[in-house]
Design a protein around this ligand. Structure first.
Ligand code: NAG
Ligand code: NAG
Length: 992
């Protein structure tokens, strides 16, 4: 009996012991499946423990309070990679998924996520068309897919959303038009479609039916036509953004019916007509931006009645009439930017008394009268920009009490009287520009208090007196321009201690005394212009030691003595010591005809330059006239022969080349990747040696202007392979070329140069690209045009190029390694936006000729020397070098660096001299130093000698965005962000 009774409970007990204490529930198992389907870099999700009973305590998981069912997953910014884990959709109660800012992609399958209410997949790597299945999720309220690479049109299924309140598709690659059918999603409160490459199309009037809409963002959507008045019906709308499109016609008065509006942005369109009245009634309106249009007529008086209006941007229009009196009563106005219009009349006399203005910019108008005396009565003013107007009277004394002022630009007016003393010494002022007025008085010694002053421009006024020695305390001074005044006395010796000084222009004054000697601190001085004063004594030899001086004008003084031979150390673009009393021999380097005008008007200065000495005809006596005539004839004859020879050769070469290309047109094969509006034959006709715009390792580039006016760039690849391979292998090589080029042709990204098509004929291959009018970054940056590239532009170029490369590495399947990243392969369009060019072409070429080494000198990653293999991280290295070029303005290799390349030069200079000696001195250091230092550091990290230490391009993009983004880490006060990502200086072994 007992024997048959006992075993059953024992068996049960045994079973219980064998089973895990509590098995993980089904939701938890689905989560683990999802985790397995993703690449999850440690330590993310380390606490997802399979031995837990429920997943409710796991990172990013939320459960229902009562039944413990999983309701929400939130895993942003964990570097998760892989397609969307469909296993999540098997969790029946899952209502919210946030996987934003990861590398989710390429696929998105959510068809089974039936309970989903919120889906956030912004900033990921999703590609292809938007899935129809999204619209069939019955409870979906919130859908955020911004910053992916979705392409194609917005599917018609998107009209079906039943409950959707918020839709964001910002920053994708969507084409087609902004669809009218979205007007049927009546539940929508937020619709954000900005910055997609849509085809030109109108703002659908049907969007006016979305009565619940609060936010409508259609910036950068290629919109054309007029703004539909129906939008004025959106009485719940708080944010309307139609900026950066090509909208025309007037602003419909109906828009003033947006009674809930907080922000209305219509800037950067082609809108015309007057600004309608009625905006003043909008009780919540804080910001209006209608800048960069063609609006005309007067600024409506009632605009400033809007009680909460804080910012008003109407700059770059054709507005006329005066600034309305009502502005002086605007209770909340902080920022008023009206520059570049045709405004006239005077400013309201009490402007600033009742208004907490922080920034006022009325530059480039025809405004007259005085600067309102109470402009800074509320003490908040930081920027006062009024240049290029007709303002008269004095600079108000009260400005001297305006302690927060940072930028004051009053140049090109008719201001007169003395500059109020206290204005010189304002502690936060970084830019004080008063040139081209009628100002009198002296530069006050209180300037010693201007601790942040970087640019002081006083040229063409009537300032008198001596430059005070207190100027030596303005330690951040970069530019002092005070030419065309009546300044007198000697240069204060303290001026020589200003280590930041880059430009010193005091030409055309009455300064006297000797030139400064103790000037070792002038390490950044690039321009020194002391022309037309009364300086005496000799030219200090120390000038020859200034490392970056390239503009030196000491003409029109009373300088004596010899031209110091030390000046031969300088690389001068402008050199003028004419009209002094210099004497003696010229330094040999300058004793050439090219410098003749540099030395004129010094009667006792002698040199090899014919006729220089005192302009005295006697000095030509060394030449026998007959001898000179003979020499001249021989020279002319030789030159004529040379010209004829070159012309003949050129003609032969051209005819030969053209006829070869045109021969047998029928044998050309054309592979096109876009709809083309030209034929391959037309391209062939343009391959004229006159049209060559560049030549590189892989081929020659032509600019071709087609009959329809379109311009393309044609790259003719060098035909190494055909010769080497012989006939037999030719077709196999051709196939691989075709396959490769086909991959390249499929690529669509705003930061990658479009490959229109490819033509091939035997050994000749042509790649036809979109034409980029501003040429390459390398050409612009390392030429005299570098001035075009201010820091903002350079930063944007860095980000654009990084995004292009990131797309090649992370969003293309298979990934594409560029192999030849360099500033010459980053092209600039008309707006100076950057696009990556020539990607993968190195590979196309290399496949046929293994002897071609990919990469360019100065950009080649160190590992290439020992592995001869390149991968994405090699591109990252090269991109790091490009970042360093942008920050330093220096080329990747330069005689200045000696044996070093740019990376090593940056590291050693950082270590020995500090960051100021690395950054490009042409950039505005006062505002952007912090950003430049941060980009420098990213560049160094990219150029790490070990590939594993280099960030992926995806990461580089984010790091660059963070440079300007919010919440960026701060650098120390002195601009240091330590440690710099430099490797041990002794680590030199791996250099190529
Ligand atoms: C979650 O963790 C807390 C403390 O860490 C613990 O008290 C609780 O029992 C855990 N809950 C579950 C469901 O595991
Ligand atoms: C507009 O907003 C108000 C207040 O938030 C709300 O009560 C009303 O339902 C909204 N109108 C529509 C059509 O959604």
């Amino acid at each position: 009996m007992a024997a048959s009774f006992l075993p059953l409970p024992l068996l049960l007990l045994l079973l219980l012991l064998l089973l895990p204490a509590q098995a993980l529930n089904q939701d938890g198992l689905h989560l683990l499946d999802a985790k397995r389907a993703l690449t999850v870099p440690a330590p993310a999700l380390a606490d997802w423990n399979p031995r837990d009973a429920t997943p409710c305590n796991w990172t990013g998981v939320a459960c229902h309070d009562h039944d413990g069912a999983v309701t929400a997953i939130s895993l942003p910014r964990l570097n998760l990679a892989g397609s969307f884990p469909a296993a999540l959709c098997r969790i029946p109660g899952l209502r919210s998924i946030d996987l934003s800012d990861n590398y989710i992609g390429p696929d998105l399958d959510v068809a089974r996520c039936r309970a989903l209410q919120r889906l956030d997949l912004s900033i990921n790597a999703l590609v292809g068309p938007l899935p129809d299945a999204l619209a069939d999720l019955p409870d979906l309220i919130y859908l955020n897919l911004q910053s992916n690479n979705f392409s194609g049109p917005i599917p018609e299924s998107f009209a079906r959303f039943a409950k959707l309140q918020s839709l964001s598709l910002v920053y994708n690659l969507l084409d087609g038009k902004v669809p009218p059918f979205l007007g049927r999603v009546a539940t929508l409160r937020e619709l954000n479609l900005s910055y997609n490459p849509f085809a030109p199309g109108p703002v659908p009037p049907q969007l006016g039916d979305l009565s619940a809409l609060r936010v409508l963002w259609l910036a950068g959507c290629n919109l054309v036509g007029t703004i539909p008045p129906s939008l004025g019906r959106l009485t719940n709308l708080t944010d309307l953004d139609l900026s950066t499109n090509a909208l025309t016609g007037p602003i419909p008065p109906e828009i003033t019916g947006l009674t809930s509006a907080v922000q209305i942005e219509l800037y950067n369109n082609s809108l015309t007509g007057p600004i309608p009245t009625g905006f003043g009634n909008l009780q919540d309106l804080r910001g209006i931006d209608f800048a960069m249009n063609r609006l005309h007529g007067a600024i409506p008086e009632d605009l400033f009645h809007a009680p909460r209006l804080e910012t008003l941007h109407l700059y770059a229009n054709a507005l006329t009439g005066p600034v309305p009196e009502s502005v002086a009563k605007a209770p909340s106005l902080l920022e008023l930017r009206l520059f570049a219009n045709s405004l006239n009349g005077t400013l309201p006399a009490d402007l600033g008394r009742n208004t907490p203005l922080v920034c006022l910019d009325i530059s480039d108008n025809a405004i007259s009268g005085e600067i309102p005396p109470g402009i800074c009565d509320r003490g908040e003013l930081e920027e006062l920009l009024m240049l290029d107007n007709r303002l008269s009277g004095r600079i108000p004394d009260a400005l001297g009490r305006c302690r927060r002022l940072r930028r004051v630009r009053l140049s090109n007016n008719r201001l007169a009287g003395d500059v109020p003393d206290a204005v010189w010494g304002l502690p936060h002022m970084s830019l004080l520009e008063l040139n081209d007025n009628h100002l009198t008085g002296q530069i006050s010694p209180v300037i010693a208090g201007a601790a942040n002053l970087s640019k002081l421009v006083l040229s063409n006024n009537r300032l008198t007196g001596a430059i005070p020695s207190e100027i030596g305390s303005v330690s951040k001074l970069y530019e002092l321009s005070a030419g065309g005044n009546m300044l007198s006395g000697p240069l204060p010796s303290s001026l020589g201690g200003l280590a930041e000084l880059g430009r010193l222009v005091l030409r055309n004054n009455s300064l006297s005394g000797q030139l400064l000697r103790g000037i070792e601190s002038w390490k950044k001085l690039s321009e020194l212009n002391l022309a037309d004063n009364g300086f005496t004594g000799s030219i200090p030899p120390e000038l020859g030691d200034l490392p970056v001086l390239n503009y030196l004008d000491l003409s029109g003084n009373e300088l004596s003595g010899e031209v110091p031979v030390q000046l031969e150390n300088l690389k001068l673009n402008q050199f003028n010591v004419s009209n002094n009393q210099l004497r003696g021999p010229l330094p040999p380097q300058y004793a050439t005809e090219a410098y003749r005008s540099s030395f004129l008007g010094n009667p006792e200065l002698c040199g090899e330059i014919a006729g220089l000495c005192g302009g005295d005809p006697q000095s030509k006596k060394n030449y026998h006239p007959g001898f000179a005539w003979m020499m001249r004839s021989i020279f002319i004859f030789a030159a004529a022969i040379l010209v004829a020879g070159v012309a003949w050769f050129y003609w032969r070469y051209r005819t030969f080349n053209r006829s070869k290309l045109r021969a047998d047109r029928s044998k050309w094969t054309l592979t096109s990747f876009h709809k083309l509006s030209f034929s391959e034959y037309e391209i062939l006709d343009c391959l004229d040696e006159d049209n060559v715009i560049g030549s590189g390792a892989s081929g020659k580039v032509y600019k071709a202007v087609l009959s329809n006016g379109e311009v393309v760039a044609v790259k003719k690849l060098w035909s190494v392979a055909a010769v080497e391979n012989g006939g037999g292998e030719g077709s196999a090589a051709d196939d691989s070329f075709e396959a490769e080029v086909r991959t390249l042709g499929k690529i669509r990204h705003k930061n990658i140069v479009k490959l229109w098509c490819c033509c091939a004929h035997k050994e000749c291959k042509l790649l036809v690209y979109e034409y980029m009018p501003n040429g390459s970054l390398g050409d612009v940056l390392h030429s005299s045009k570098a001035g075009l590239l201010d820091w903002g532009t350079r930063y944007k170029i860095a980000l654009d190029a990084a995004e292009g490369l990131s797309y090649l590495h992370h969003d293309c399947v298979p990934a594409i390694v560029h192999r030849d990243v360099k500033s010459n392969n980053i092209l600039l369009d008309a707006e100076l936006s950057a696009r990556v060019a020539d990607f993968g072409v190195a590979k196309v070429v290399e496949a046929k000729s293994m002897s071609v080494i990919a990469g360019s000198c100065g950009y080649i990653a160190p590992e290439y020397a020992y592995t001869l293999r390149v991968n994405e991280k090699s591109d990252t290295y090269s991109f790091g070098v490009v970042l360093l070029e942008l920050v330093t303005g220096k080329p990747p290799v330069d005689p200045e660096f000696g044996e070093k390349d740019l990376v090593k030069w940056v590291c050693s200079t950082l270590e020995q001299k500090g960051v100021e000696h690395v950054l490009d001195s042409r950039l505005d250091m006062s505002c952007f130093k912090e950003e430049m230092v941060r980009v420098l550091n990213i560049g160094l990290q990219c150029a790490s000698s070990l590939p594993i230490n280099r960030p992926a391009m995806r990461r580089v993009v984010k790091m660059l965005q963070e440079v300007r983004g919010e919440g960026r880490p701060r650098v120390d006060k002195d601009g240091k962000l330590s440690p710099y990502y430099c490797e041990d200086a002794s680590d030199q072994g791996s250099s190529v």
